[in-house]
Write a protein that binds this ligand. Structure first.
Ligand code: SF4
Ligand code: SF4
Length: 191
C-alpha cells in the first residue's frame, strides 16, 4: 500500500512536492503513457498474434501444411486446408516444399500462447508484436487469412532480432545437413 500511495503521489506535481518535503526518494511516478500519442517500447519478447513467415517472396512460405500447429492449438483457432495437390492427388510443391491451400487463424479466439510456434518443425510461424488490431466486426475482420498472415523473414528479423538469429542459424544448419553428400557405407572387414 505504501509503494502504491507513493507512486500515486509521484504522478502529480503536488505529490512530488510533498514527497520532496518529506525527503522521500523519488519513484518512477506515472506508469502509463498518453496512448495513442505516446507508445510504449515493448521488450523483444513481447508477443501478440502469430504470423506466417516467408523467405524473399510470399510464394516462398516456410509452411508445408503439416497441420501440427492446427492439432496442437489449445482453442483450435487455426484452420488449414491442404497441402495443395494436383488433379491426380499428388502434392504440389513451391520452392521444393508442399504448401497450404488456405491457412486461417481466428484472432478473436487466439490466446497468444505461442504453442503453434513451439511445435512447428519448420520455423514457419512466429509471434508478432503488432497490437493495434481493433476491428468493428467480430467475424470478417478477426479471421486472418493466409495473405494477411504472411510476413517476411526480414520483418521477423526487425521485430525480434535475437530470436530470428537463432531461427536463421537453425535453418542454415538444416540446409547444410541436407546439402551434404551421404556418407559412404562402411567398408566390410577383410575375409
Ligand atoms: S498462439 Fe496459441 S491460441 Fe494462438 S494460434 Fe497459436 S497455438 Fe493457437
Ligand atoms: S505453420 Fe508449421 S506446424 Fe503449422 S502447418 Fe505450417 S509447417 Fe506445419
Amino acid at each position: 500500500m505504501g509503494v502504491t500511495l507513493k507512486t500515486f503521489m509521484e504522478t502529480y506535481p503536488w505529490g512530488r512536492g510533498l514527497l520532496r518535503a518529506l525527503r522521500l526518494p523519488p519513484t518512477n511516478g506515472l506508469v502509463t503513457v498518453q496512448y495513442p500519442d505516446v507508445k510504449q517500447q515493448h521488450a523483444e519478447r513481447f508477443r501478440y498474434f502469430p504470423f506466417l513467415v516467408y523467405d524473399q517472396t510470399p510464394e516462398n512460405l516456410r509452411c508445408v501444411a503439416c497441420k501440427i500447429c492446427e492439432q496442437e492449438c489449445p482453442p483450435q483457432c487455426i484452420h488449414i486446408v491442404g497441402p495443395a495437390k494436383d488433379a491426380q492427388g499428388r502434392p504440389l510443391k513451391a520452392h521444393g516444399r508442399t504448401y497450404p491451400v488456405a491457412f486461417d487463424i481466428d484472432m478473436s479466439i487466439c490466446m497468444s500462447c505461442r504453442i503453434c510456434v513451439d511445435v512447428c518443425p519448420f520455423d514457419a510461424i512466429e509471434m508478432d508484436n503488432q497490437y493495434e488490431l481493433s476491428a468493428s466486426d467480430r467475424f470478417d475482420s478477426m479471421v486472418y487469412d493466409q495473405a494477411t498472415l504472411l510476413k517476411s523473414a526480414e520483418y521477423f528479423q526487425q521485430i525480434k532480432p535475437t530470436e530470428a538469429a537463432e531461427v536463421d542459424a537453425r535453418l542454415a544448419a538444416k540446409a547444410k545437413k541436407a546439402a551434404a553428400p551421404p556418407s559412404p557405407p562402411p567398408t566390410p572387414p577383410a575375409a
